[in-house]
Design a protein around this ligand. Structure first.
Ligand code: FAD
Length: 307
């Protein structure tokens, strides 16, 4: 059995693995794809102390740093269930079973996509999912935010301070965001809100976004907006479907509930990063929480007798 087994190879999992291995304990890491969401990112300008890097480059240095230590890395394997016995037992989709005294879950999340023509083609060429990350790339330009929930309206308020103009496009006939956010967004001179509007297509010139179309759900008319960017804010889905049915407590939106030390509701199981209830989903925040979870788990190990 391992002393500490990390599930996930994104920034949170990599940080947890390094912190664990540096304690000289037997550490394993299982991941479907090393690097996680970072592999899908082009420019990164908010990874503090590195003014600019690119996703695949950062993912390669994460992997190299983890490999410097004696971490047993198992990639292209998906965890399918977790159970507490004498050890924490992790079953992989392949059927293999792994045992560990402590586990850190860092399976991350994924942005919910629109699934309309042009979205995939123009991803990172104007179609964006993270206002904290990509907002400044659209300075002085026109953008749309798709989604009128809290994250959409927060994004609109945030972007309004950077870009020339923001149009919020919401499918339903009302916004779902908190009243105070709605009031703030409506008070801004460069924010327009369109409700009852179904996004139908992302338009581009072959190399970048030039606009979008939506269907006015009342009249059925197709309308067009000219834009440089489209922020899709229709939800961040934690990769925790495989934990449903286990004894782990998840939030209403499926995030793993953790405390300030990264501990979950299952003894010896800790969690970190975008898969958890930690507020704000960012690379640097995930790394910090991975370090916290590994140290929390190490603290648990030194207080718990070997089974
Ligand atoms: P992830 O990066 O999601 O990693 C999850 C890991 O778990 C992966 O290795 C995955 O393969 C593995 N996994 C999932 N399920 C299983 C399973 N069942 N079994 C085994 N392994 C599993 N943040 C910034 O700070 N700056 C940016 O500029 C930035 N730009 C972004 C651009 C895009 C397009 C996207 C999508 C995100 C961006 N982010 C950015 C957010 C940032 O990438 C995430 O906050 C961060 O990657 C979260 O790290 P994580 O380790 O928690 O999860």
């Amino acid at each position: 059995p391992y002393d500490m087994l990390i599930v996930g190879g994104g920034p949170a999992g990599a940080a947890a693995a390094i912190y664990a291995a540096r304690k000289g304990i037997r550490t394993g890491l299982v991941a479907e794809r090393f690097g996680g969401q970072v592999m899908d990112t082009v420019g990164i300008e908010n990874f503090i102390s590195i003014s600019y890097t690119e996703g695949p480059k950062l993912a390669a240095s994460l992997e190299q740093h983890v490999r410097q230590y004696g971490v047993d890395i198992i990639t292209e394997q998906r965890a399918a269930s977790i159970q507490r016995g004498d050890y924490v037992n992790l079953t992989l989709a392949s059927g293999a079973e792994l045992k560990s005294r402590a586990v850190v879950l860092a399976t991350g999340a994924r942005w919910r996509e629109l699934n309309v023509p042009g979205e995939a083609e123009y991803r990172t060429k104007g179609v964006a999912y993270c206002p904290h990350c990509d907002g400044p790339f659209f300075k002085g330009k026109k953008v749309a935010v798709i989604g009128g929930g809290n994250s959409g309206i927060e994004a609109a308020i945030d972007l309004a301070g950077i870009v020339e103009h923001v149009t919020v496009v919401e499918f339903a006939d009302t916004l779902r965001a908190d009243e105070v956010l709605q009031r703030k967004a409506k008070s801004l001179p460069n924010v327009d809100i369109i409700v009852n509007a179904q996004t139908t297509e992302v338009l581009g010139d072959g190399s970048k976004v030039t606009g979008m179309t939506y269907k006015d759900r009342a009249s059925g008319d197709i309308k067009r907006l000219d834009l440089a960017g489209i922020f899709v804010q229709i939800g961040l889905v934690p990769n925790t479907e495989w934990l449903k049915g286990s004894d782990l407590v998840l939030s209403r939106s499926g995030e793993i509930e953790i405390d300030a030390r990264g501990a979950t509701s299952m003894a010896g199981v800790f969690a970190a990063g975008d898969a958890t209830t930690i507020p704000f989903k960012q690379i640097i925040i995930s790394m910090g929480s991975g370090a916290t979870a590994a140290l929390g788990a190490f603290d648990y190990l030194i207080r718990t007798p070997d089974p």
